[in-house]
Design a protein around this ligand. Structure first.
Ligand code: NAP
Length: 313
């Protein structure tokens, strides 16, 4: 049996952080492999357009941006495989990544696996997922042409996607648990000025109702008065934050209270040779622009680490 290739770096995750790490590592001539489980682009592709990535004054579609990231990596020899990493063995100097296609070896690992949308965890959510409950407006928005939908949450994602959904839906109800939105002001202004959007302040969802045809409505509770009410909608888009994709990462790699990986300013985690970049990392701003910065730093510092191994034999 042939033993697996030992890469200088294996980068896990194909979003902006992973793609940038792969670009920097490949360009610096490290033997690099990028591994991702669904396809290049990551969470980026769950949005339609990006307005706040510098260099594109009119904005750019996430599809185009992903293609540009990819082309730039390929120009410098980026190697890429689509397979899910299910475990990581950190006991030796060479790290071993487990996949259904066999093990992979690396001197350094960069974790750039991003996040998954957080669930609301209310009655009806699991039952109606895919039948009216969605976590992706660009994927499912077109199914709700001329229908009323609800968006749950008050952050950037909820408010931005509520505006996007007005392209299809006859009306979009934002359900927010407080009386002020968390989203940046420019997104708030756009949503609050849109006649197809109503914000239901101080409301939580206690149940998602439906039948054989899918979702029919929501049961809401007023957080001030405790009064209960019903809202008829045929689609529910849940945007209540993110959960880091770290199930496969051993506990030796330290997390913060919310489960995000803790790094220093070199993107180094608590385990030597293991780096984290992008949304999976504990940090204050989760954006494409911060993910690419993390990816570049992680690749540079992982490269230094790989060289230090060579010097120490
Ligand atoms: P987020 O910023 O964590 O916001 C989550 C929202 O959901 C908050 O409004 C929160 O309410 C609400 N929420 C959380 N748990 C809830 C529950 N159990 N029931 C009801 N509501 C609940 O998450 P996000 O909006 O997905 O954004 C994630 C990151 O991506 C952020 O860093 C964001 O800036 C970034 N992002 C940026 C852009 C952009 O720049 N264009 C677009 C999308 C996302 P409270 O406000 O009361 O806490």
């Amino acid at each position: 049996m042939t033993s697996p290739t030992t890469y200088d770096m294996v980068i896990v995750g194909g979003g902006p952080a992973g793609l940038t790490a792969a670009l920097y590592a490949s360009r610096a001539r490290y033997k690099t492999l990028l591994v991702e489980r669904i396809g290049l682009g990551g969470q980026l592709l769950t949005y339609e357009k990006v307005d706040n990535y510098p260099g594109f004054p009119e904005g750019i579609t996430t599809f185009e941006l992903t293609e540009l990231f990819k082309a730039q990596g390929l120009r410098f020899g980026m190697e890429h495989r689509s397979v899910e990493v299910t475990g990581l063995d950190l006991s030796g100097t060479i790290k071993v990544l487990h996949t259904p296609e066999g093990p992979m070896e690396a001197k350094a690992v960069i974790i750039a696996t991003g996040c998954t949308p957080r669930k609301l965890q209310v009655k009806g959510e699991a039952e109606f997922t895919g039948r009216g409950v969605s976590y992706c407006a660009i994927c499912d928005g077109p199914f709700y042409r001329n229908e009323e939908v609800a968006v749950i949450g008050g952050g950037d994602t909820a408010v931005e996607e509520a505006v996007y959904l007005t392209k299809f839906a006859s009306h979009v109800h934002i359900i927010h648990r407080r009386n002020t939105l968390r989203a940046v002001k420019i997104l708030q202004e756009e949503a609050l000025a849109n006649p197809k959007i109503t914000v239901h302040w101080n409301r939580i969802v206690t149940e998602i109702q439906g039948g054989p045809q899918g979702v029919t409505g929501l049961v809401l509770q007023d957080t001030v008065t405790n009064a209960s009410s019903e809202l008829n909608v045929s689609g529910v888009f849940v945007f209540v934050g993110l959960v880091p994709n770290t199930q496969w990462v051993p506990e030796d790699v330290h997390r913060d209270a919310l489960g995000f990986l803790i790094t220093d300013n070199q993107m180094a985690t608590s385990v030597p040779g293991v780096y984290a970049a992008g949304d999976v990392r504990s940090k204050s701003l989760r954006q494409i622009v911060t993910a690419v910065g993390d990816g570049a730093t992680a690749a540079f510092c992982a490269g230094r680490y790989v060289e230090s191994l060579a010097h120490h034999g």
